[in-house]
Ligand binder design. Structure first.
Ligand code: SAH
Length: 370
């Protein structure tokens, strides 16, 4: 049995736990700030607490559970972290330096139960759901590595739930982690800085629409019609396009000012990237009166997947056809492909030893940021 992981507790739960130890309420606030705002990962570092209290905490609980196994550094500055849970399952997180604001891509599950044929994570199958604490800790580890322990993110942080796993099949832990990370006396990464991507778990799209403080939504399409989508994303057999886009339409109706809702479309050479398929996709979205923009993601290849990325000219033409039919479309630049950190490449693989980093100074990220 693993002892209680404090990084996965809400402020209220932590207060109850601390009260149960017979400690005053302000201790809970100190602990929460130590773990989340200062991003400390062991009770020993919480030097504002008396030694006896630290010993008491250590006897009953743990501050951190993920172990960082390897780090890989891409030529474009992207970093991939391969971590292990206390029971030995792989967890991957990606730090993506960007001009305006850095982004951390986190995983919601170890492995993934969905069998999307273009995604390497699918090959792992579902290993297990991650806990809220394991989701939060990924962000803490990435921020500490990128900026230094306790150092404030210089330009704030965006989060994307686009790593391994299907976030909406681990909805409760995901939403709890998002609430914990939003705390002003903690990480203070608010839901409007978070985007969660789903392969199309319809009931959870509908549930998300009812939650006031929610992250932005992205829905992965990959095909403009059921026949092809059934093959590429078998989850489509459970929730076919009409049902999925019906839920998207209702979600659109519930959108608040400033809220973003997007579609993602992986571009597979010769599979889903023809002019005809672009027209089909535009018609499909127009028919459902969906105005969300479409992000086109050139396929990130990885052995043993048999797909190739659509050539840049094809992607551009596809984009233009969508635009000509009134559908806003953007091409996403792949990041971290060389270290298997890009979309669909997370499968707990080692990268080239030359890109494995054993020790690099946090400040390096500044000069790497492009
Ligand atoms: N399960 C969720 C989130 C993880 S995948 C989902 O399906 O949305 C995040 C995005 O990466 C999805 O849009 C997915 O379609 C895309 N993706 C998966 N494999 C890819 C690959 N090999 N190349 C490019 N994008 C890929």
């Amino acid at each position: 049995m693993q002892s209680l992981h404090l990084s996965g507790l809400s402020q209220t739960e932590l207060a109850e736990f601390v009260a149960g130890l017979g400690e005053p309420a302000y201790r809970a606030r100190q602990i929460f700030a130590g773990l989340h705002q200062r991003r400390l990962r062991s009770f020993d570092e919480l030097t504002d607490l008396p030694k006896e209290l630290r010993a008491k905490l250590s006897a009953r609980s743990t501050a951190s559970t993920l172990a960082l196994e390897s780090r890989y550094l891409s030529a474009d500055g992207t970093r991939r972290y391969l971590m292990k849970t206390h029971d030995g399952f792989p967890v991957e997180t990606v730090f993506i330096p960007e001009e305006r604001r850095d982004t951390i891509c986190f995983s919601s599950q170890s492995g993934c139960p969905l069998q999307c044929t273009f995604c390497l994570t699918a090959q792992l199958g579902l290993l297990r759901n991650l806990t809220a604490g394991e989701i939060v800790e990924q962000i803490i580890i990435a921020l500490n590595d990128a900026y230094g322990v306790s150092v404030k993110a210089p330009r704030g942080t965006n989060l994307v739930g686009m790593g391994a796993g299907e976030p909406f099949l681990n909805f409760e832990a995901l939403m709890k982690a998002i609430r914990i990370m939003a705390e002003p006396h903690g990480l203070y990464i608010v839901p409007r800085r978070v985007t969660v991507s789903t392969a199309g778990i319809v009931p959870r799209i509908r549930e998300l629409a009812t939650i006031p403080d929610r992250p932005h939504l992205a829905v992965s399409l990959a095909a403009p019609a059921d026949e092809l989508r059934n093959k590429l994303m078998p989850i489509n057999k459970k929730w076919p396009l009409t049902e999925l886009l019906g839920a998207c339409k209702d979600f659109q109706k519930a959108l608040k000012p400033g809220e973003r809702f997007t579609f993602e479309y992986v571009m597979l050479d010769g599979v889903n990237d023809s002019d005809e398929q672009a027209r089909q996709l535009a018609n499909l979205l127009n028919r459902h009166e969906l105005r969300a923009k479409v992000n086109l993601i050139p396929h990130n290849p990885a052995e043993p997947l048999s797909y190739q990325p659509s050539p840049p000219e094809r992607v551009e033409l596809f984009r233009e056809i969508l635009e000509s039919k009134g559908v806003h479309a953007f091409v996403r630049r792949p990041r971290g492909r060389d270290i298997l950190a890009a979309c669909g490449q997370l499968a707990a693989r080692a990268a080239n030893p030359a890109q494995t980093v054993s020790d690099f100074a946090p400040a390096q990220v500044e000069s790497l940021a492009i």
